[in-house]
Design a protein around this ligand. Sequence first.
Ligand code: SF4
Length: 471
Amino acid sequence: MTAPRRFYLHSYGCQMNKLDSELVASRLLHAGLEPAATEHEADVVLLNTCSVRQHAEDRVWSRLGRLRIRKRAEPGLVVGLLGCMAEEHQRHVQARMPHVDLIVGPSAFGDIDAKVQAALERNAARAAEAVLAQRDAPGAGILAVGQGVSGDTIVRNVRTRPHRSQAYVSVMRGCNMPCSYCIVPLTRGDEVSRPIADIRAEVERLVGDGVTEVTLLGQTVNAYGRDLGPGVTLAVLLRTLHEIPELRRIAFITSHPNFLSRELIDAIAELPRVARYLHLPAQSGSNAMLKSMRRGYTRERYLARVAELRARAPDVELHSDFIVGYPGESDADFAATATLMEEVRFAQSYVFQYSPRPGTHAAAELADDVPRAEKERRNQVLLAIQERICREHHAALLGTVVEVLVEGPSPRIAGRMTGRSVHHRIVHFPADDAALVGTYMPVRITSAGAHCLVGELLPENHHAETGVARA
Ligand code: SF4
């Protein structure tokens, strides 16, 4: 009997990619492959990639370079490039990287197991014949983007969740927004929402398998349902899923400010088991930049949406993304972003330095005119502001008791476990008990840093004051 083939999957980028990786892994497990503990032990190395940032792409190119060296010694090795870079750079990879056996875009993961098996057989035959040097012309045999069935038809009966109580659920794919700097509409295509009944059935299956927290994923998740006709909205979906009693937390990312409707605000306010944080990227505080970015809202409109949300659901915290160094961003534009950050007092922000993405409007039409050093400086300024705000938020929690969904042992400190509050804050506490994983435990906060909270575990029946799911 031959040993099962082993795969190793690197995932880059956003939550959508993480979910895609989970789907790919589930298909491979279902097909009889086994996960390898390290890349070095794997017969199949897959890179599920992200095109949104240049830095993420650079890491992938460098890893592909290292795999080329390994493949010279191990011709049976299967190397696969998946995800957005596969979609965007297909021709380049076919022409310049013949050691890449698979190039599969996000819409073609449905039969990834068959593609991997075919590549394994092809490489094994080539290795056996020792004709690697005369291999096919570049690109021959490569399984290209778009082949296979839609990602939505993927069978999802084997999952590789970090632990049994959490799962990501893709509710839509693609994006119809025109943001000038973003490659996603090109790589992932138009918005396609899944019917509510399908999503509910999937969540019920997950709940039957022990899941108590789901995160609904979409590039513009609060635009969910636009393609399915009137009456199908994220608010309706949240209300439907909220009927499943075993679900303790329902989160959703990423939201666009334009679709933060009154209906959705009402749902967030009225549904206690909807997570108490909202990722609502502002990107800039300058109206000139927002217009050039084609975000479709002004600073004033963004703030008005935030005010309405806070009036209805004051316990909901806001997370944001910001781009610094966008073409034409002046000192005054940047200062407006800094003041927006101060005004909203986000609980968390991701700051990105602008880099032009080929194929986007901004790359084609606008000069990347903010010097690299200035982008870095602005980045550091925003990070410092956000860090101070985080410390202030966290300090206010000292002595309170928060409910934590325990995720597992701390990756850094032995004898500590870690989990997330309903506000998505990282909480560590001294414990070493595998039975706690997946449970909701009260933790009294005893110390607070900028990036995490530390506390002491309390008995299970202790009342949590903050972040408890109000049933
Ligand atoms: S909303 Fe804009 S930034 Fe977000 S995925 Fe769509 S185009 Fe990209």
